[in-house]
Design a protein around this ligand. Sequence first.
Ligand code: NAP
Length: 295
Amino acid sequence: MTTNGLRLGLIGYPVEHSLSPRLHQAALQSTGLKGEYRLYPILPRPEEVVEMRTLVDMLRRQEIHGLNVTIPYKEEITTFLDDMTPTARVIGATNTILCSDGRAVGDNTDAPGFWADLDRLFPHLTEHPTSALILGAGGAARAVAYALLQAGWEIAIAARRIGQAKELIQGLSGALETNLMRAMQLSSPAIGDWLASSNKSSPGNTLIVNATPVGMSPYPDASPWPAGVRIPEGAIVYDLVYNPAETLLVRLARQRGLEAASGLGMLVEQAALAFERWTGVRPDRQAMYQAVSNR
Ligand code: NAP
């Protein structure tokens, strides 16, 4: 680290509304480390995308000490890196880049961040693997599926394009040598049938995870849950969307007396884990949470 402190930042587009600067400022403050967290907006145009190479080179030279990566570059960034952690490689996406012996290494803290928050909120659930239904089959769904499969869960992926769900399963089942996954259409009949059969085969708590952006501001009146299907008794709902703080899906579940959470805790955890990878120091999660909960 230089005398000016740590230089951290976020690559993506758009990034101006990102909560990461607040999270990492709080992390710096809570650890007493000096530094800054900058935004690096990179327009998705070939002449701008090469800028990512420059930033990664700066990280190799330790002129930058840590980078986060967000939409739309979590996959594309891989071409500029020297290596990936097993987690990032299997998930096929990088949200954190660190420098190890002059090499730029891609990591993924979404998966452990999701698991840590699930464990914080619902420890009874993480102690006893059961079955989960994940809505959506994009990058976040892959991270959630990876975390759950590592812990021995059985999972179903429901996507509006069933081909995308099948692709996700093919990728993860090969890498993790598991057959605990199935793909389905994100539709009322398919989910209704799955709930009926999973209740019979594993009557424990079903975890329902929203990994689509449906319900996110500026469309907070939308829910990804299919119309006409009742969220089953005993289900626990985890919505990765964190803006608004209580999504419609979370509100509907709570109104039914079910346990439910939105993704703010995961956002804090994935940032805290990235900070730990870069600095080796554990930041105060509560301070980070407070920095983003009163928006
Ligand atoms: P992504 O890669 O674009 O994947 C989104 C998935 O949702 C795709 O399967 C997409 O299907 C599906 N989808 C989009 N609109 C839909 C709709 N109207 N109905 C049904 N399915 C729809 O995005 P991502 O990176 O996985 O992120 C997903 C959500 O998770 C975002 O809201 C993101 O902010 C949130 N997230 C939160 C955290 C956290 O820390 N809490 C971390 C990561 C992500 P198509 O491909 O067909 O569009």
